[in-house]
Design a protein around this ligand. Sequence first.
Ligand code: COA
Length: 689
Amino acid sequence: MPVFDRDASEDSGGRDALPKLPVPNLKDTLDRYLRCMKHLLTEEQFNKTQNIVTQFGAPGGVGELLQSKLTERSENVANWVYDYWLNDMYLNNRLALPVNSSPAMVFPQQNFMAPIDSLRFAAHLISGVLEYKTHLDDRDLPVDYARGQLAGTRLCMEQYYRLFTSYRLPGPERDTLVAQESSVMPEPEHIIVACKNQFFVLDVMINFRQLNQRDLLTQLEKIVKMADNKEEQLPPIGLLTSDGRTEWAESRSVLMRESTNRDSLDMIERCLCLVCLDDASGPELSDTKRAMLMLHGGGLTKNGGNRWYDKPMQFIVGADGCCGVVCEHSAFEGIVLVQCTEYLLKCMIGSPSKLVRAASVSELPAPRRLRWKCTPEIHKLITSAADKLQRMVKNLDINVHKFHDYGKGFIKKQKMSPDAYIQLALQLGFYRCHGRPVSTYESASLRRFQQGRVDNIRSATPEAFAFVKAMTEGKNSTSDTEKMELLKGAITAQTNYTRLAITGMAIDNHLLGLREIAHEMKMGKLEMFKDEAYLISNQFILSTSQVPTTVEMFCCYGPVVPNGYGACYNPQSDHIIFSVSSFHESQQTCSAEFVKCLAQGLRDVRDLCNKCNADCAATEERKGQTQKAHTQTETKWEEKSPQRPSDLTKNKQTVPQVLVKTTDQSSVEAQTQTLPHGEAQPLSKISKS
Ligand code: COA
């Protein structure tokens, strides 16, 4: 079997071996917060915020008290932000999971010639899952080490162990991430297969023997037959899991009144994962269409009911070859999902299915259909959930774009961080589209620390703003040399922020920790966190994430605010895949337009680099030639006279010089005060360059 790029390590990457997440210095965070926000606020807003922050951070003030409590907390728990962050980011969020929260990986389009092919694919995939699960059970997954910035550090592996053993239980106010520990509950030994909105229990261990691929195919064929039986069909209960979390919690408690339903729920909640055998969804299967289908299943008329969104891993195998995986996000990050998914796909590529003949003939007990007792009340709840999902289907505006002009190979040649460069292109694209900078989120991994999840790289830096303004102002207002200097300054600022974030020194988790400690201390809502600037800082109109892959596939997710964009990117050496999402209901956004501006931005930055490189090369060449001429002249002079002519240095200075200007911080900040503010302009009102 291929499949791990790295050797299994003798160490399991356990908590003890990793440092604890540090608590940043209070003053550093408050200074950075002001710096991050200044150009995103009006002068009036900023002045007010500055006062609030100064008061909060004053010696002997409330900030210092909270900081000391937070430091105390950090000494007593493995990761001081973990619970706060999990609740804030996921479990308190009442929005429906599809599109709003659950990302999807879209696999390469499969070419299934006959219905059995999709079942073979599913059987193959399931046997990969079982093999992967064996590695998890034996705790012999190789430890991950950081790549890119500050490479080489070992990373926390905890998230992997939640892939197949956790479940997000809906709650009336807050959900719970339930982890199945083998000591508490029996290990799951079944998968739930969804087919035609029906759910079936596929036992993967029968008589102490794990089913092989052939057996799995046999069972899947039986499931398809059972699902086709119209008389046995039950209502599409799975739709309830696509509802808002509070609504689903209420529906679940209605379902729980019946013991049949309780048993069925229990089977789903304890399964390894779901495999959703989807019906074909229509003729045109572009990347964009496939991304949509992964995110919401196409609503009730397609495969929207063929899902159970609470379960972390739902593999989708469409009869039309549209395949992928949808995840409940609270248990792990996209990078862990990619590692697992790549393992499975590499397994499948490395050992093609041998199931060319008939399926297994062994007498396996038939998979069981999960039964539901549905009262009229439940029927009503299903209809209501279906309507809301349908609205979501209509609302999602997604655009998957493969940018083929260049990839990270070109960016590395510029001696720039590809991630920082792409973030700048996103800032430029957004500014072109909307004429203002906005609070931006970029996920930064904290897996260098015990129980590390993510913090935020605030990519809308003042330096990025100075750069995008220079790039979008009238043609001749800033010279290319100056633009290049602004670009370099912005790349440096972004790279520095990235390094801060991945070493636990970013501001978002810290501010969250201070806020939550204040809440625990029953201090009421502090000015600092009631302030409009704090609310604006958390309205991530641009929510971005790098999810790179080594297998052909891409990640996608929805926006996190109604008037925002979700922008996921997968940088490859010669191209970059972008998946941009927004909502049709917003008058302010349009994914296709944003993608157009983004692609134009990427081309403009490349042209700028090329032009400046060419200018540099020409300068170097001219310098070289002049040097040569001078050397020759010098030789000649030396031949004539031992005395060096006094004007030789003057001659040298006539060679054009590249302007090397350090980024002037104060001038950048002065410019930012005169910004246009307020609501984003509707696209129709924006004159596109
Ligand atoms: N010159 C040349 N090459 C450079 C360079 C420079 N100045 N700076 C960086 N590079 C190289 C790196 O060495 C690296 O090389 P590799 O491809 O051989 O590994 C490559 O460019 C990429 O580095 P960079 O673009 O700087 O990004 P990164 O890989 O360090 O990633 C983050 C930055 C923030 C994306 C990463 O740290 C992270 O946190 N990832 C997790 C994101 C996440 O959680 N996503 C899922 C959310 S659900």
